[in-house]
Design a protein around this ligand. Sequence first.
Ligand SMILES: [Zn+2]
Ligand SMILES: [Zn+2]
Length: 396
Amino acid sequence: MAIENWVAQHVDELTEFRRDLHRNPELLYDVERTAARVAEALEAAGCDEVHRGIGRTGVVGVIRGQQSTSGRAIGLRADMDALPIVETSDKPWSSTIPGKMHACGHDGHTTMLLGAAKGLAESRGFDGTVYLFFQPAEEGGAGAKAMIDDGLFERFPVDEVYGIHNKPGLPIGQFAVPPKAVMGSVDEITITIEGKGGHAAFPHLTTDPIVVTSALVQAVQSIVSRTVDPRQSAVVSITTIHAGDAFNVIAPAVRLNGTVRTLDEEVRNDVERRLQRMVEHIAEAFEARGTLDYVRHYPPTVNHPEQASHAVEAAVTVAGAERVDPDYDSSMGGEDFAFMLLEKPGAFLFVGNGDTPACHHPAYDFDDEAIAWGCSFWTTLVRQRLPIGEGARKAA
Ligand SMILES: [Zn+2]
Ligand SMILES: [Zn+2]
């Protein structure tokens, strides 16, 4: 076990910081208190620059190494927002704000990156620049995209970018790195079937949208089995159906919602195209009108294999090869770090959160034991990716 000495000495103060964030969860872009605490802590740690208000409430810290001959820069990202969930963990530090809680461990992610910032600002044992990205609105608000749209990578040009998420069920002190696809795209679909309502006793004078819907819901199940390559993954789920008010009236229209998840942009395009045709033409076959509103929220989160291997190397240095899974499975959940991976080479990985309820569960809590592992991972990754001396050799 190679938790950095510096981290071990500061873990109590970092734990206090994490629990303070946990007591005071904030949602989406409204993370003013959290962002202010982060910015103040980065300044107190001695960051060379601290920038506020990027992508509305994002914060960026800049730390320059003791050498700058490499001309290289690395970006490390944490998320700061909580979820609209009533906490039931009963921990002494549980949420003080009814209906809001840190149920995804972003309080822990923020603390791990802040701990790394403190350690790196003190030691400066690297050649190049480290940019620390603290983003708002990971939970459905695309805060990473907001920061990118606000000029993140123009103002802070990184060669590589990395993100980390805790993983309930993975033991404390273990790491898991998917070599390629990490998480799915997150798309939202709304389908409207417009028919012609009327008396239920005279169906021949109506166009019954519920019958159309029944055919459609069955048909879209064939997209995954008959359109998508069996070696690929996709989910098409219809999750709500709304129509009708009375037993003897045929409704004029039906509205459906659902979600599509894929691990690959091409599969995503295929599923959307196929869904579009089914909605239009199945409705047409019944003389109704079908429209699809397809909203793309998050792209698939796909690691760049080279950077994934760098993440594995740093994790192995910290935890030992037997505690690192370099071939971790992808999942169909979503993650807006995907937007950063579309812009820059990088990788997203998981640090064990031990035997806790799943993320987004009302009794979930980030395990403070994971803080030291996450901090050690970050500082090790920086030293390995921006090694002292390499730039000097290159320049010579
Ligand atoms: Zn989450
Ligand atoms: Zn999360």
